[in-house]
Ligand binder design. Structure first.
Ligand code: SF4
Length: 438
């Protein structure tokens, strides 16, 4: 969501004649888009904000703005702590910096933020289809920062996707905090399955993904849409957070593991070749060794393709921070995360090895040190080498000859693999997928 909002703001600034610079010292306006979903993320923003004090001293005319989830409804404390920051903007509320940027250029800015479609989008682009969340899981700060659930108009979204396709986009990822709840707040009855169907019909669109699902809200309509619509990718992220029902209750997650496993069985039975990823939190308030073991058991049982593991960190203002004790020692949390990663590394390897000897179609998204990188419909990262053609933004078939836990390697059909071909390490994996393996 943050990446998408940054792209949209960037597009607005481009339209006002601004150019991106690499170094903050060369910038007239510096905007930090913040995430505070975990303490580590907040620490990064804080440290960057502190380092910008020097920038402000050297460039007193420069303007510094902070946007995103670090900015709540009240900004007095932030203003006190970061007096060098002029603008504080809540998620998706960045009109004030656009107004300022326009005025600085002697222009006026009346852009509708929702309609700020990126001018030069990446071939695979995010499209926020709704904002906010009404769920209030006890550990989560998002509803306090992003507000209540609000879906965007279906036709507006279809029009936006059409525009993106005209600008070279082949793949869209529809975003929502609980994306399966799309449309439930709109007057005209509609849902995510309707939207998927409409976007699927846009000429030129090759792939559609959606993020993030909630086990309670993933409906049969949505599962059937994934199974039947040609351009919707067979790839679903469905967080379970903990494999223990008592922990789920403390988290205020309204499902139990029996229902979750039935849902997984249904998805696998309906969507042929589907790949599944999930999100897990370790070390939540009161999590015992036995409760943690239940999470490991679920991972072994379900055999997800990818698991995103977070160490629980207390977020002030959440229900957990007010009512529960953050009593699992940090060393235990880290050990549990490591344990999950060890187990999952083997499972991911096994799942990726199923691709050996197969030819897969990938969308090439970037080049790193002479190697091309793309993803399959099932979201598997694939690397291949070719010096002759520029494959960026193209769909290409690749023969897979090697599989690791994080990615696959292959070659163009009929091309022998180079003997110098080395395995990409985690640092070479694209940002999208770093998120996937984090
Ligand atoms: S559903 Fe997701 S965004 Fe909403 S409160 Fe729960 S974890 Fe946070």
């Amino acid at each position: 969501m943050n990446v998408s909002e940054s792209e949209r703001l960037s597009s607005g600034l481009d339209q006002l004649g601004y150019e991106k610079v690499k170094d903050a010292d060369d910038a007239d306006i510096v905007i930090l888009n913040s995430c505070v979903v975990r303490q580590g993320a907040e620490d990064k923003v804080t440290s960057r904000l502190d380092s910008l004090k020097g920038h402000k001293r050297k460039n007193p005319d420069a303007t510094i703005a902070l946007m995103g989830c670090m900015v709540g409804p009240r900004t007095e404390k932030l203003q006190e702590r970061f007096p060098h920051v002029e603008y504080f903007m809540r998620p998706q509320e960045f009109q004030s910096i656009l107004d300022f940027a326009a005025e600085r250029q002697g222009l006026s800015c009346d852009s509708d933020l929702a309609l700020l479609v990126p001018e030069a989008p990446k071939v695979s682009t995010f499209v926020p289809i709704m904002q906010g969340c009404d769920e209030f899981c006890t550990f989560c700060i998002v509803p306090y920062r992003r507000g209540r659930e609000k879906s965007r108009d279906l036709l507006e979204l279809v029009h936006e996707c059409e525009k993106l396709v005209e600008r070279g986009v082949l793949e869209v990822t529809l975003l929502g905090q609980i994306v399966d709840r799309y449309g439930m707040d709109l007057d005209a009855p509609t849902d995510l399955a309707d939207l998927l169907e409409q976007v699927n019909d846009i000429p030129g669109i090759e792939r559609i993904r959606f993020l993030t699902s909630h086990p309670r809200d993933m409906s049969q309509n949505i599962i059937d849409a994934v199974a039947s619509l040609e351009n919707v990718c067979e790839n679903i992220n469905i967080p379970f957070q903990s494999g223990n029902d008592d922990v789920l209750e403390r988290m205020r997650r309204p499902y139990n593991m029996e229902n979750y496993l039935k849902l997984i069985e249904n998805i696998r039975g309906t969507v042929e070749g589907v790949s599944l990823s999930t999100d897990v939190i370790v070390g939540f308030c009161g999590e015992t060794d036995r409760e943690f073991e239940d999470t490991l058991e679920i991972l072994k049982k379900v055999q997800f393709d990818v698991v995103h593991t977070s160490v629980y960190s207390n977020r002030p203002g959440t229900i957990a921070s007010r009512k529960l004790e953050d009593d699992v020692p940090l060393e235990t949390k880290i050990l549990r995360k490591k344990k999950i990663e060890e187990v999952q590394e083997q499972i991911s390897l096994k799942r990726n090895q199923e691709y050996l000897g197969r030819t897969v179609e990938i969308l090439v998204e970037r080049e790193i040190r002479g190697k091309w990188e793309g993803r399959t419909r099932t979201n598997k990262l694939v690397h291949f080498e070719d010096q002759k053609t520029n494959w960026l933004g193209k769909m290409v078939n690749i023969d897979i000859y090697d599989a690791g836990s994080w990615s696959l390697r292959g070659s163009l059909p009929g091309v022998m693999a180079s003997t110098n071909d080395t395995k990409p390490d985690k640092s070479e994996i694209s940002l999208t997928n770093i998120t996937d393996i984090a």
